[in-house]
Design a protein around this ligand. Sequence first.
Ligand SMILES: Cc1cc2nc3c(=O)[nH]c(=O)nc-3n(C[C@H](O)[C@H](O)[C@H](O)COP(=O)(O)O)c2cc1C
Length: 381
Amino acid sequence: MAFKAASVDDYRALARARLPHFLFEYIDGGSYAEQTLRRNVEDLRAIALRQRVLRDVSKIDLSTDLFGERWALPVGLGPVGLAGMYARRGEVQAARAAAAAGVPFALSTASACSLGEVAAAGEAPWFQLYFVKDRDFVARLIERAKEAGCRTLVLTADLATPGSRYRDARAAGGGLRRVGQLLARPSWLWDVGLHGRPHSLGNLEEIVGSHAPLSDFQTWVHANFDASVTWKDVAWVRAQWDGPLVIKGILDLDDALEALESGADGLVVSNHGGRQLDGALSTARALPRIADAVAGRMALLVDGGVRSGLDVLRMLALGADFVLLGRAWAYALAGAGGRGVAHVLQLIDAEMRVAMALTGCCKIEDIGGCILDPSGDQATF
Ligand SMILES: Cc1cc2nc3c(=O)[nH]c(=O)nc-3n(C[C@H](O)[C@H](O)[C@H](O)COP(=O)(O)O)c2cc1C
């Protein structure tokens, strides 16, 4: 490791130094002008916390209930595709780090390691489902998630068609260009390139074959994802899944109300980390009005721009019950493998404790709008 990482931003720097250029750009980039990607981070950081003192904060408890389970933190690792290309069998490493920290790990449909491989290595993950056009195959994926022991299914709704990420296009290229990017990262080549095989999309092998379409993943998604999906299809999934069902990718109040109607148990306020509709609201801005409408009637999760325990606190104060990390854990995995993911979870824990102590909160239930300073930007959300 070039230096000791002390924050998520440090892990981003390590990931940049360790990954082949095209892979770092795949994680780091957003769609089009990256306005939404930036706003996710900036809007969240602009929320002012209200410092309170002398309130006996000697016992702080970060644990919380979600979907009938007690988690050590109100935080989980959200679904991130191709994580097995960031570190050797990356999804297994991340799942183990999450289980050790007592938080959930959501496995992407587009993971390198299959559901079976991740479940066999420890705790069954949550499973994130994408709708591909072959509906029988989607039904088989749901069955596999059940067989693997997954308790929670996360249905991602904001990828009807993929947004363009200019950075991916600029970093792409086959032949010598790609070889040059790989040779410039010998430790990655050794760890992942040589010893991290197979480089396939474990859950999709049946329809993709045994080679991940890494060089042109977006084109593959464009050709194979089903843009005709509607709330009727959510009902179709609901009929097959008895456990907690979560709709991910909700940003609009009316969609949140439809999610509630659909019988889902939770929703994730998300814009896919600014990788889909550029110009869409940041999740911090979208969250309060959705929280007002659905709070207490379904679990409210959120992601987007969360880079610290302070950010987690801010999301909870805006009305979320639970917060998912995206790039925060992906950078850590790329920078330092499973150890990095474990460390980021420790950092979030430690940062949350300080932030809770200084906002006068001892339990997660104490966190609410009362810990926000009215002069912060959230007043305009
Ligand atoms: C590299 C990368 C891959 C992603 N892959 C998926 C995926 O396969 N499924 C999914 O539902 N969301 C995926 N997402 C979106 C994340 O789950 C999450 O919504 C987003 O990363 C949150 O924003 P943040 O990275 O700023 O925290 C991906 C995000 C990134 C950065």
